[in-house]
Design a protein around this ligand. Structure first.
Ligand SMILES: C[S@@+](CC[C@H](N)C(=O)[O-])C[C@H]1O[C@@H](n2cnc3c(N)ncnc32)[C@H](O)[C@@H]1O
Length: 267
């Protein structure tokens, strides 16, 4: 997804994205940070930070003498993160609205990205660039979806939108970066291939009950929102009804948000 599209989709998605924070983004962001292990006084870049799911725990971990730069293109999500950081008194956490692929600062101890790298138009080049912002020996940590989870719900969401957005059919196929890093082995190989050393991958089982209304909130609060941008209220109702039918037909009453957390060092 190009950065301008991501900015539009995720800013539009802000309230539904926030509705899933407590059940999804925050816990998994905490887990990513627990694997990246920022230490007191370290400098961290949190790439594609959203509302700060992993940036906030990182800011707590590095303490007042450390610093976290939390970057996202979707200004709408950053406001939420800024509010929370202020309430927690985290003066060491700076949120900035920017395409992280052009972020000009470097010398970080940790670069981390929670469910972000597969949005880059070129996941390999983008991630290599981010890893290049580390000091030698610094840690690069990313989380991705385990194959059996999101790969079920997203096609149902797309199929539900198609009758009202036939142009989705003609859109040039987007590279499915997620599928390249959706098993522990693939993620480990990819991290090594982009040039990291001492690579480790942890698997996190994470399943949530999925009531239909919650599933629709998830649709509107995730990248699936891009399928329905600009539709009228009537058209949205039709997509919602077809999405519910699709979930029922597939017997999908849980959201399998199983994740992989990979970490490696810049040589
Ligand atoms: C699935 S969300 C994850 C947000 C957050 N890391 C979390 O776990 O809650 C992906 C985020 O990547 C951001 N994003 C995608 N491409 C980006 C880019 N080139 N620069 C900065 N942010 C980007 C989107 O705006 C979105 O907020």
């Amino acid at each position: 997804m190009n950065p301008e599209t991501a900015a539009g989709v995720f800013t539009a998605a802000r309230s539904e994205f926030a509705a899933w924070s407590g059940r999804l983004w925050r816990p998994l962001g905490e887990i990513l940070t627990s694997v990246a292990r920022p230490r007191p006084r370290e400098r961290v870049l949190d790439a594609c930070c959203g509302t700060g799911a992993s940036a906030i725990p990182a800011a707590r971990a590095v303490g007042p003498d450390g610093a976290v730069d939390a970057i996202d293109v979707a200004e709408g999500l950053l406001d939420e993160g800024r509010r929370e950081a202020a309430a927690l008194g985290l003066g060491n956490l700076r949120f900035a609205a920017a395409d992280v692929l052009t972020w000009p600062h470097d010398g970080y101890d940790v670069v981390q990205s929670s469910f972000g790298v597969f949005f880059f138009p070129d996941m390999d080049a983008g991630s290599r660039r981010l890893a290049g912002l580390l000091k030698p020996g610094g840690r690069f940590a990313v989380s991705t979806w385990r194959g059996d989870g999101m790969s079920r719900i997203v096609p149902i969401g797309r199929a539900a939108a198609l009758p009202d957005r036939p142009e989705l059919e003609d859109a040039p196929p987007r590279p499915n970066h997620s599928a390249r890093v959706d098993t522990a082995g693939k993620l480990a190989d990819w991290l090594s291939w982009i040039g990291l050393r001492d690579v480790e991958v942890r698997e996190v089982a994470y399943v949530q009950p999925l009531h239909l209304e919650d599933a629709w909130t998830f649709y509107l609060g995730s990248s699936m929102r891009g399928f329905v941008g600009g539709l009228s209220a009537d058209a949205l109702d039709r997509v919602r009804a077809r999405f519910f039918d699709g979930l029922r037909e597939a017997g999908l009453d849980t959201l399998d948000a199983g994740a992989l957390i990979g970490v490696g060092r810049r040589p």
